[in-house]
Design a protein around this ligand. Structure first.
Ligand code: RIB
Ligand code: CA
Length: 351
């Protein structure tokens, strides 16, 4: 049993010790020990993926705030057989092999043929890190069935979906079981681009471009949505100076994060000649962990599903001229230094 798997037991012991010392603490401190902020139930839908790996570790390191119930894998950066395998490798790194189920989901978008980003993330999907054979198998059953069954059993508006890849799994679940909307608290997703241009076409960001029909279903679902787009990813760039503090952690996960970020920067340097890389998926889990690090605006977002040159574009009505009802909180500002401090502090909680 790894340290982290003992986490509930260790937390209980710490809590008990704190209670025992309660007589010595001021009331407020004792009260906060007695009534800690409830942990937020989260399901992470993901296509790991270098940045997905950092985002997932970020969330698992914040176990005092987030109760990550499962990882659901989708085809995206690399095909599904690799994204589900990588998700199982990532949970091993975090010491969650036996306590965090991984489900395999949709192997291709709703309508389009699958387009991957293996040229960016490497043929394994986790370029830059030595990979081991996953220590445990997938959970039985399809990710979409897991989403539907789990959400139907959950309290109203209680579960958050954090989407880090194409929205195929979530869109399929919403189509098959529209009633699950009533059990979702919100959807926090990395995707889209407005003030920044696209990263796979001039108009589109990868996650939305891969499955624009799925994105249209999600954005028209009526569930509260928070979008972490390219607009904010480029404002918290990975740089060599920001990588160094993770390497000095001297832990398995600190080294994995430093190695992945190093590979991401190396790719950007080779491709564009700049020694920095956008910070994509971890901004979504970062928002869940500390939303005060971010700012945005409630806007209407429509998805282009037919454009010859603009397929997958997120059309954001930033000024409200369309009169269309807002359907998302579009994040466009971040406290970058605060974000990296939070990322390191939570990665430091992992093995
Ligand atoms: O555009 C960036 C997004 O596409 C990230 O989620 C990255 O992992 C890729 O899936
Ligand atoms: Ca991703």
């Amino acid at each position: 049993m790894s340290d982290t798997d003992d986490f509930p037991r260790r937390a209980f012991l710490k809590g008990s010790l704190a209670l025992a010392a309660g007589a010595l603490l001021p009331t407020t401190a004792w009260a906060s020990t007695m009534n800690p902020t409830p942990r937020r139930p989260v399901i992470i839908d993901t296509d790991p993926g270098q940045d997905d790996a950092i985002a997932i570790l970020f969330a698992l390191g914040a176990s005092d705030r987030l109760d990550v119930r499962a990882l659901t894998a989708v085809a995206g950066n690399v095909p599904l057989d690799l994204t589900e395998r990588n998700a199982r490798i990532i949970r091993d790194w975090a010491g969650r092999t036996t306590t965090l189920p991984v489900y395999a989901g949709c192997p291709r978008p709703l309508v389009r043929e699958l387009v991957t980003a293996a040229n960016v993330h490497g043929k394994t999907g986790l370029e830059g890190v030595t990979l081991h054979e996953p220590l445990a198998p997938l959970a039985p059953g399809h990710a979409v069935n897991y989403l539907i069954e789990t959400l139907r059993a959950a309290a109203p508006h209680s579960v958050t979906i954090c989407s880090l890849g194409p929205l195929t799994n979530l869109a399929t679940a919403l189509t098959e079981a529209p009633d699950i909307r009533d059990h979702l608290s919100e959807i926090v997703l990395m995707g889209g681009a407005f003030f920044e241009r696209g990263n796979i076409t001039p108009a589109a960001e990868f996650n939305v471009y891969v499955d624009p029909q799925a994105a249209q279903i999600v954005f028209s679902s009526g569930v509260p949505i928070v979008v972490l787009p390219r607009d904010v990813a480029v404002k918290a760039p990975i740089t060599p100076a920001r990588i160094a503090p993770f390497r000095t952690l001297g832990t398995r996960c600190g080294t994995v994060v430093a190695d992945i970020m190093t590979a991401e920067v190396a790719y950007q340097k080779g491709r564009h000649g700049v020694e920095e890389a956008p910070m994509y998926d971890p901004t979504a889990t970062g928002y869940l962990i500390d939303p005060t690090l971010f700012k945005g605006r409630q806007v209407n977002v429509e998805i282009e599903t037919t454009g010859e040159w603009t397929l997958g574009e997120t059309v954001v009505d930033w000024t409200g001229h369309s009169g269309r009802a807002p359907n998302a909180l579009w994040i466009n500002e971040v406290d970058a230094d605060g974000f990296y401090a939070a990322l390191r502090a939570n990665i430091a909680n992992l093995p």
